[in-house]
Design a binder for this molecule. Sequence first.
Ligand code: COI
Length: 364
Amino acid sequence: MEYNFPVTRTTNPKPRPEDETKLGFARYFTDHMFCMDWDEGIGWHDGRVVPHAPLLIEPASCVLHYAQMMFEGMKAYRTADGEIQIFRPDMNIKRMARTNERMCIPELPGEILLAGIKAVIKEDIDWVPTAPGTALYIRPFIFGDEVSFSVLPAKHYRFLIILSPTGSYYAANDGGLHCTRIYVQDKYIRAAKGGTGYAKVGGNYGGGMRASQDAMKYDCKDVLWLDAAEHKYVEEIGTSNAFFRINDEVITAPLDSGTILPGITRDSVIQLLRRWGVKISERKLSIDEITKASEDGTLQEIFASGTAAVISPIGTLNYNGKDYLVADGKVGPVAQKLYDNLYGMQTGKIEDYMGWVYKLGLKA
Ligand code: COI
């Protein structure tokens, strides 16, 4: 279906960030956003591109009280010849459907997500950054805004897409990889079986902030979560999935518990490692196995994977008051190769030999 969303251009364009090498993560937002509404009996309607501006929201809206919402994270890249492309949007569409089902949010057809992204990026195309390590972060989200205190799914929803020119989530935005310190959290938990761990919902992150704040006290950038039942097996990192290379086996937590966010970068890492003949296992891995490997010298690499994090190597784990060094604390070869290949394909610097890139048909 062809969508022709009406556009209201801003009359007050913002100054562009002065230095693309100092963007940070989601500190700047573009001039426009996409909005659409859902009403019972009508479905999704009135898609439109409007100036990025604060929303008017009734204080009794259910999302502000019961957090019925979902979001996605994607990125757009500009190739050397000005083509704008995104990465594996079919995976975001599938994950969005699973999240919406879990949260009783009406299904959003994937073609609307893609058409909305294209419509809003078309207006803000000159905001897509080009400095090494940068991208235009795309944040689609849906929330229920029915005025109701009943703990029941809303009868009215809003869907928005906002855009932010962005550098790396954790480290210096210089296009290079740098190691991060991570705090192993064994008091609080992120997700339990039957909960919303596999869904992309704000509550998973809001509930993790206590732990992230504690991690900062130990000079750590984020938290490595352990399983809810035994506080023994590694699950994921605050913003991303986690990979461990021990004795030439790369290990990541399996998805079958329903507590792990099925990251698109996670899936891409697994596929690339299989293609390269690297041993990759989706299996339970205990924190004790990791600390032992650090001590006996077999812990070769740890890295985080995610849309925001891309591939972020981890140089030190802080657990139970002790620092565990990952190899020599420097960026490992597997993390570096993954980063170079993923970001290379995304930005068109290397051939998309996995067929993962989706061109928006827009040229800057
Ligand atoms: C993303 O990687 O897109 C995310 O949603 C992580 C975010 C919580 C920073």
